[in-house]
Design a protein around this ligand. Structure first.
Ligand SMILES: *[C@@H]1O[C@H](CO)[C@@H](O)[C@H](O)[C@H]1NC(C)=O
Ligand SMILES: *[C@@H]1O[C@H](CO)[C@@H](O)[C@H](O)[C@H]1NC(C)=O
Ligand SMILES: *[C@@H]1O[C@H](CO)[C@@H](O)[C@H](O)[C@H]1NC(C)=O
Ligand SMILES: *[C@@H]1O[C@H](CO)[C@@H](O)[C@H](O)[C@H]1NC(C)=O
Ligand SMILES: *[C@@H]1O[C@H](CO)[C@@H](O)[C@H](O)[C@H]1NC(C)=O
Ligand SMILES: *[C@@H]1O[C@H](CO)[C@@H](O)[C@H](O)[C@H]1NC(C)=O
Ligand SMILES: *[C@@H]1O[C@H](CO)[C@@H](O)[C@H](O)[C@H]1NC(C)=O
Ligand SMILES: *[C@@H]1O[C@H](CO)[C@@H](O)[C@H](O)[C@H]1NC(C)=O
Length: 505
């Protein structure tokens, strides 16, 4: 059945003309679905304000919007490595920011690399891979046909957790994401002639750094989020019955200069709350940074349009994972809660999604690679075997091309898989791995011994969580020990341990 649907979409895509579609590939850092396109009960939290994100919302109106898409591991390098190689952290063996999959997992082909091997000009800028030699051999040179563009960050050196930058300051020292958007415009102009003549299509990847900390953004975006209109999270407490391993210690936030005057103690502890004044300032800074990212995405999309390329270019947009803004008393990512694992994703396919499509099917970020390959008509990717360390090209995801024909298709994935490691005594490390599934209604997590074998020992558990989204969409209460949930708990445990291959129907 999928093959027929697949053929229909491909026909729409490639049938009319031989020319291959270009790809414009956006990534935003630490962006939870705080976008107009994910408002109402799709917003991350009921205490979020209305978001000012007109450009991404406009993109959403001509895209397939994935309302329930989940990352493999809620931190930059493991998540990005998983998306970009189409494999999961236990295969890439990237669970932290210090390892490069080509050295520890296998010499796996990436999305841009595969487009490059198929004749595309591939240009990357900003943050696509996690930067640095250790995480990506400095932005994975194999992936690109052109030199990589990073830009200069002169603001982060200030060690200010938030900074509203005036117009005069920006004129003198452009923000990093402004430089990246400028470079994207320049790049599009450079790749346009050959793309339009049909000589060489492009894959241009634009990675913005905001809304990652430190939150520096043009001052003008604050006006959309007046402090007196913002709210504290309505669940400014840690989940009832939460095991300690589920917790991420965010004490790093207390190392910024503008947090010092508050003289805080115990920052990062379970049930720790920042004072209200500081909480609201941090929330405003995050939301303002999101609007700044929206502005930058808008500039690039406008140029694509002005160059007459929009009808021949597939556009994908995603955030590398979610974020906690005080909900559960938690901050940053680095958990397996819904807020950290769910992130926005949308894909625009000209001629297919022009009037906008929305799906609430469960989708995993590892599915993006095979999807883009299908949409561009590149040779299809095969499912990876159990041990794929020697296989350069395969995927542990599943193309969601069928959702472009029927976003309400039945028999789709019935669970998504995410994970996060923790050290003992509240430290970082691989001692224990939290494996988590999200089904239509539940989130279920087991914290299993991981070291020394670097695989889960299911008979050595350090905590179990079961959240019932049917009655508790914010995951405020862990029902794992509740007798009435015992049957459900053992079913979910079976499904979790069986793994992703058994739901990938
Ligand atoms: C990795 O694969 C690429 C081609 O996909 C090849 O050019 C490169 O030499 C390989 N690297 C190693 C270390 O095998
Ligand atoms: C955190 O606060 C909640 C709500 O008051 C409480 O139920 C929970 O037990 C607390 N957690 C810990 C570990 O103290
Ligand atoms: C959080 O981490 C900081 C820095 O490592 C540490 O000093 C603090 O004790 C930790 N807090 C808890 C509750 O573990
Ligand atoms: C923040 O609010 C607290 C009271 O909760 C107050 O003591 C403190 O002075 C305020 N700090 C600033 C920097 O406004
Ligand atoms: C792009 O496609 C739309 C919808 O098919 C069409 O209305 C528009 O004229 C096209 N624009 C260009 C520049 O071809
Ligand atoms: C996968 O295969 C490689 C070589 O074929 C081997 O070195 C490695 O140990 C295997 N990994 C697992 C987890 O079995
Ligand atoms: C999918 O289902 C939703 C809700 O039931 C409905 O509003 C929408 O029109 C359906 N979409 C398609 C393309 O069938
Ligand atoms: C998901 O599908 C698998 C395979 O068909 C099945 O074994 C499992 O019970 C299903 N789980 C849920 C939560 O529906």
């Amino acid at each position: 059945m999928f093959n027929t649907i697949f053929a229909t979409v491909l026909l729409t895509l490639c049938g009319a003309q031989q020319r291959r579609k270009n790809v414009l590939f956006f990534v935003a850092d630490d962006l939870r679905p705080n976008l107009g396109a994910y408002s109402g009960h799709h917003a991350p939290s009921p205490s979020d304000p209305a978001m000012y994100t007109p450009n991404i919302d406009h993109l959403a109106q001509s895209s397939l919007v994935l309302q329930r898409s989940y990352v493999a591991q809620a931190i930059c390098s493991p998540s990005r490595t998983s998306v970009l190689t189409g494999r999961r952290p236990d295969t890439t063996r990237v669970w932290d920011l210090k390892h490069y999959w080509r050295l520890v997992g296998g010499n796996f082909t990436t999305i841009p690399q595969y487009f490059k091997e198929n004749g595309y000009r591939t240009v990357g800028m900003g943050k696509i891979f996690h930067p640095g030699k250790h995480a990506s051999g400095n932005n994975d040179p194999i992936s690109w046909t052109d030199p990589y563009f990073l830009g200069e960050d002169d603001y982060s050196k200030n060690r200010l957790l938030w900074q509203a930058v005036t117009e005069a300051e920006e004129r003198q020292t452009p923000l990093l994401d402004t430089q990246i958007a400028d470079f994207a415009l320049k790049t599009l102009n450079e790749v346009a002639p050959k793309a339009k003549s049909g000589e060489q299509p492009f894959f241009v990847a634009v990675g913005f750094h905001k809304p990652h900390t430190p939150w520096n953004y043009p001052e003008r975006f604050e006006k959309y989020y007046p402090l007196d209109s913002l709210e504290l999270p309505d669940n400014y407490f840690s989940p009832v019955g939460m095991p300690a391993f589920a917790w991420h210690n965010f004490s790093r936030l207390n190392t910024y200069k503008n947090v010092e005057p508050y003289h805080l103690h115990d920052v990062g502890a379970i049930n720790y709350t920042f004072p209200k004044n500081l909480t609201l300032l941090m929330r405003r800074a995050y939301y303002s940074s999101v609007s700044f990212t929206d502005y930058n995405v808008g500039r690039v999309l406008q140029e694509l349009d002005d160059l007459g390329l929009a009808n021949d270019t597939i556009v994908s947009f995603w955030g590398d994972h979610g974020y906690q803004l005080g909900e559960h008393c938690e901050w940053q990512k680095e958990t397996v809660f819904e807020l950290a694992t769910r992130a926005p994703m949308m894909v625009k396919v000209p001629g297919v999604t022009d009037s906008g499509m929305v799906t609430s099917q469960l989708v995993e970020f590892v599915d993006l690679f095979p999807t883009l390959v299908d949409l561009a008509g590149l040779p299809e990717m095969k499912l990876c075997p159990e041990n794929s360390s020697q296989i350069l090209l395969c995927t542990e995801g599943k193309s969601f091309v069928p959702l472009f024909t029927n976003p309400n298709i039945t028999g789709w994935k019935n669970a998504t898989f995410s994970q996060f490691p923790h050290g003992r005594n509240g430290r970082n490390g691989l001692d224990v791995m939290g494996y988590s599934i999200r089904t239509d209604r539940y989130r279920y997590t087991e914290w299993a011994t991981f070291k020394p074998h670097l695989k889960p020992e299911w008979n050595k558990l350090h905590g179990i969580e079961l959240y019932d989204h049917g009655i508790d969409p914010e995951e405020n209460r862990n029902w794992a020990q509740e007798p009435s949930y015992a049957n459900l708990r053992s079913q979910l445990s079976k499904q979790l341990r069986a793994g992703w291959r058994y739901v990938n129907v």
